[in-house]
Design a protein. Sequence first.
Length: 690
Amino acid sequence: MEARNLTSPDLYINRYDSLLEFNRRVMAYATDAATPLLERLKFLCITSSNLDEFFEIRVASLKQRVGSGNIYSPDDRAPEELLRILCEKAHEIVAEQYRVLNDSLIPELAASGIVFLRRGEWAPDQELWLRTYFTEQVLPVLSPLGLDPSHPFPQIINKSLNFIVSLEGVDAFGRRSGKAIVHAPRALPRLIQIPAEICDKSKPHSFVFLSSIIHAFVDQLFPGMEPTGCYQFRVTRNSDLFVDEEEAEDLLHALEGELRSRRYGDAVRLEVADNCPDELIGYLRREFNLKAMDVYQVNGPVNLNRLIAIPDLVDMPELKYPGFRSSLPTGLAAAADIFQVLRRGPVLLHHPFESFAPVIDFVRQAARDPQVLAIKQTLYRTGPESAIVDALVDAARAGKEVTVVIELRARFDEEANIQLANRLQQAGALVVYGIVGYKCHAKMVLIVRREAGELRRYTHLGTGNYHPRTARLYTDYGLLTADQRIGGDVNRVFHQMTSLGKVSQLDRLLESPFTLFPWLLERIAAEAELAQAGKPAHIIFKINALIEPQAIQALYRASQAGVKIDLIVRSMCSLRPGIPGVSDNIRVRSVVGRFLEHTRVYCFGNGGEELVYLGSADLRERNLFQRVEVVFPVDDEAQRARVCEELQLYLADNTQAWELDADGAYRRVQPAADAQPVSAQATLLARIAS
């Protein structure tokens, strides 16, 4: 058989197609009867948030490339063609979102006493209460803008709620403006809960959308004139930041300027009420310089993500996932001294099944320990009230040497990270922003402690962020260790980011953009050699994305050599499995469930002596060549066996897994008639958490 050209476009799934397919998998849980009702609502909201980012970043990037003629993806599609196809698919997804909301979720929520009251459904006492609410809480902060030559179309903030109002009549100055714009400030809640005492007993949890309230009382904004129509709309803008790091003298101040302009980037999408007249839609399209395919008419709130507040406003645990308590490893549960525990051996944590508290305690104990001389940490995303940041501030104020590498360009967390950098600097910490041209995405903490007259290093390495809230929502691994070789490597990586010089030789860690990618290619090739020699050969990767062409080609070659390859890829995957003569030996699955799968695991059979590595990097160009990433070995035999066994759970999952076919479609895995249902997440919750 003639050898296939492994760069052929038909061997690759477009990454943006694949990203939209991931959103479809998430949406499936909004209609899944096995998922609690309020959690189904959350899944719908997540699809809305995901789609916002898709337009802000992916579609915006494609629009900038239209007309360039550049083919920039392995599947050989021009930007114009790809943009058209993606918009068609996005329209299908949006239509499905509102079908799910209106035909499924709203009726089922109403049956449970949770209702969204439309204007015609308000009882007299409710309408009186809402009129008072509008007059006292809403009207004072609204600034309607009549459109005429002295009042041009305003700058509309990215993803803000707005209304276009059609008017008849003449105002006090004799003006006949037929249109006006009303902006709803972000400070106003988008959902207003009706007081229980004026709710129907069968509808104890009654809500009204802010858009309905403004629509009902919009006449108060235009006294003496007649509003003949009021239609909500929302514009999505290009939100990718550009800072010329080579020219910027101060990255922090340069980013602050870019953040201000992000709110008014080029428009890429218009969402508008489905009953808005074509004339007004055309007017908005012209003002935003958008095409017909960029307009999304919706039957419901223009921002579905705002509905995610409902589960927190409704105390109905029977409609939510059961609560759980993350466990503590036995060695840490009763230990007052985490350093003593780590001297006995490393601790592997699997969040959220195991608590994130030991990671916080690791930094907190270091901040208070008089024997600790220095703390070094990377921060990519963290919470607004972070116990880890508090500990770093305390350590700096106590006179310890605190070095923090903060990634100011973490998308949509830039402003929070700027504030964080300022706070740490004011406390006396040394704050650096990584390396020009490279985001710092590595997850590392290094503690230097004086013991018996010597300096000893303690380290935390992870696959996820130092963010206590997402540690309850995302699956991630973290390793706490006193291994001095690993500690030495981490120290050298910190030196790279804070100082200047050539690449240091690392003993145990693999680092992007230097050693990680060549090592991965070597390990894949080594498995291929084993298979060609007739020996068992197996590769398992569990990652968030697989879109780097050279990595895909290496996996194709390994499959051709006979290597059994299992890929658990949560989101984007450009590799096509199951192609005869190319990827027959590759199986790709995605697991979507209660927790967002976020672990990155690289496992090689290695002739029966398995190699297991964890880290922060996915198989994407940006992770491998444009970021500082760290991947680390699991050396402890029992911990290595544990990770391998947990990977097998994900490969056996037949309730929350989806398998990728060669045509790019995902098929939900169903348990066979004689098989027990298996959920990796549920099994780990039952086994580890309580």
